[in-house]
Design a protein around this ligand. Sequence first.
Ligand code: SF4
Length: 212
Amino acid sequence: MTNQQLVWEEETKQLLSPVCRQCPEPHFQPRAGELPRIGCCAYEPVFTLYEIYRMVKEGAAEFFLNSIYRHPKNTVYDYEIIAGAYLHPLFYKKLPGEDISPFQRYEEWKGQAGTAYKAVDERLAYAMCQFFVDGKGCGLDPRFKTSICRSFICESVEQRLSGEERKKLAEWQRSIREEAEPFHRKHKAILQEKGMSLPENVHGIIEYFMYL
Ligand code: SF4
């Protein structure tokens, strides 16, 4: 289905919006002229077992190993990988009239429960997803995008939708979640049972997915 605000790509199961080209969401506006306009692609995607399975099944195990598993910015947890963002140099600079840099503010805020959410926003304002390509948008093969990246639609776009479109949006978002989340939970439990984890047995996990 296509309308002016929302596009559903059936083949890759992803939601897109032409509105994103000129992101109107106040939360994602750059704080300074030097910062790129990247909208919600400041976030750091989390690759679960579902996305890893998709890469293996599509013949992209080498891409997974070299560009995700071994990428120096990424953090490999037992059953997921966080793709670290690039941080703009302004993150480390004091703005005119300010006593501390955004980085120092982030460090101050991140350890306290009452300000931890502000710390996340402070860092996000200077972050850019490693897959974002200036002038293009997401540079990652859509088959391997995380379920969040394929389903996230911000408040500003949602407000422009009719009641019927919002219903469809909720259905599509549910279908993306219902495919990825149970898969991750099921295979995490199996791999735990086998005593396998990404840091210790990445090749074994690739083989496990290959024959699934
Ligand atoms: S993977 Fe693509 S859609 Fe997801 S945050 Fe990065 S650039 Fe944006």
